[in-house]
Design a protein around this ligand. Sequence first.
Ligand code: NAD
Length: 361
Amino acid sequence: MDKQDTVLIGAETLENLVRDIFVANGCDAAEGWRISHHLLGANLAGHDSHGVARVPRYVEWQSAGHVLAGQNCDVVMDGGAFALLDGKWGFGQTVAPEATAFGIARAKQHGVAVVALKNAGHIGRTGAYAEQALAEGLISIHFVNVAGSVLVAPFGGTERRFSTAPIAIGVPTNPPVVLDFATSLVAEGKVLVASNGGKKLPKDALIEPDGQLSGDPHTLYGEYDRVGPRSVDKGQGAIRAFGEHKGSGLAFMCELLAGAFTGGGTSGPITARGRIANGMLSIYISPSHFGTEAEFIKTAEDYVAWVKSCRPAEEGGEVLAPGETEARRRAKLLAEGVPLQRDTWDSIVATARKLGVTVPN
Ligand code: NAD
């Protein structure tokens, strides 16, 4: 363990503890493991915002009945190469991999598949689903929104209108290229991490109601205790969309495709306050069905190498392909342990103790 404000925990120890917490809160062992494996995977990828820092909030949502254990997707409409699935407010770490497996199977059958998933509990790191498709050699594109979670101001505005609406795209080169980001300037979880004493936010990540830019988590959460849940309902400000009018436009499209089209609903106006659900519109493409797989992979890999050969802007710098930082960090943390902000660790420990779960020393 530890620099003063950081705790270093072995990956397996952390995964087991998080699994035990969800089992104690009513999940079966398999679902508890899926949740812990996914959250730990986000930490290993360097996205602490979507990692185990989410545990107290997930537990709170589960206890309030906002997210349900033991759900599987219902197939609402099945058109063969396209389908609409209902996650029925089940844990995202159960219903999203299930919807992805459905899309993979259909793309292997038809060459392509489009799968709309609605009413999924928080699905976490979207890149995980692109990686699931990559493991089967498929290209995939995922548009995601968060129904009922309005946090992001559109370009030119100060009021919350979008969710943090992430996008992920995976291309099956070796190593794979995985683009995965929120369309907000920072993911909400990064505000959460900053509020727990973690990495500070850029000074222009948030916006106050009067249009003033801010990097202070209080803009989003209002007043909060050092340890304990944060509420976006208490703050008056918003996160900003990334990339000016272009990123804002992408967020707009995520709401229309993953929210309106799937039927899961857009970020607002809010109807069921406190309960959020992810919608995900996914497109799966099987290169082997197009008869050009070998040529495509060679051209793509040559291109990745050429882009990476670009002269760095800074001395000692490096041009990276999307997905590279995550892969490097994963290898390092699996070997060395997972660093957590002390406040994050304290919150997980407090949640475990409340549920009677033994915390390892
Ligand atoms: P981010 O800003 O860290 O961007 C990550 C992307 O940028 C990755 O594809 C990464 O490989 C690439 N990247 C990073 N550094 C790079 C570099 N130097 N050169 C080239 N590429 C580089 O991500 P974010 O916006 O903070 O999102 C974090 C996570 O939050 C994502 O996994 C996202 O899916 C998730 N998220 C989920 C929800 C939800 O509702 N489930 C909502 C918002 C965000």
